[in-house]
Design a protein. Sequence first.
Length: 294
Amino acid sequence: MNKIMGKAEVLIEALPYIQKFNRKIIVVKYGGSAMSNEELQRNVIKDVTLLKLVGFKPIIVHGGGKEISRWVGKVGKEARFVNGLRVTDDETMEIAEMVLNKVNKNLVRMVEELGVKAVGISGKDAGLLQCQKRYSDGEDIGYVGEICNVDPKVLYDLLEKDFLPIVAPVGLDDQFLTYNINADDAACAIAKAVGADKLVFLTDIEGLYRDINDKSSFISRLTAAQAEELIASGCIGGGMLPKLGNCTDAIREGVNRVHILDGRIAHCLLLEIFTDHGVGTAIIADQDKEMISG
């Protein structure tokens, strides 16, 4: 009976969150180790599908970097990065688009197996992600795109028809050349364009720390201004630096809340959104700073 009552308490705790976010758009950037482990992959898809069934309007934006590198190696090429960006020549771009399409349709299949209708698209479809050539400190790194415009009409149409959109981060420039786009950048740009209530990054770390070597310095909630102070202080480095920049940028552009979660934790998405304490780091608007306790 105690076990049964415990389940009831979980549902009651989730109720106000379900009511609050009913019919709200949530953009989930899906990548990292959770994509390379089949069990974790299914847990993420179950979470997103449940969000859809209880009234959210989820959009998945996925990466596929590890899989792209694996296939680049299969053709005898070596993956090369400059400042964290993949150097993308013609052949690598062809491989990247092939792999991202394969990942995309696999995610569609997994959602459909759970009884929800999904549609897989890329940023090329209906002019969703319009981009220009991106340089890294002035260096030409090939077909790497920087988003200059988002036309969200296709996403609104899919959401209105009750589909779950799944987006691969590939876009076109004004000459209709194909570019590979950083998935974090794509998720952030899409979240801003559709006025998402939430943007969630599934990563390979638990969240933010003031000192990565001190587990007691974990930050469960902070404002965009506090996040910008962290960036300026030099405490944040590596791949988290551009990710945190994307987070604060999204908040400044109207996204209500951004979450950084460890995608390796089973059902981290549900635990973060439907429980009072959550399991990751939430970045909120400056005007909501009274919500930060302790």
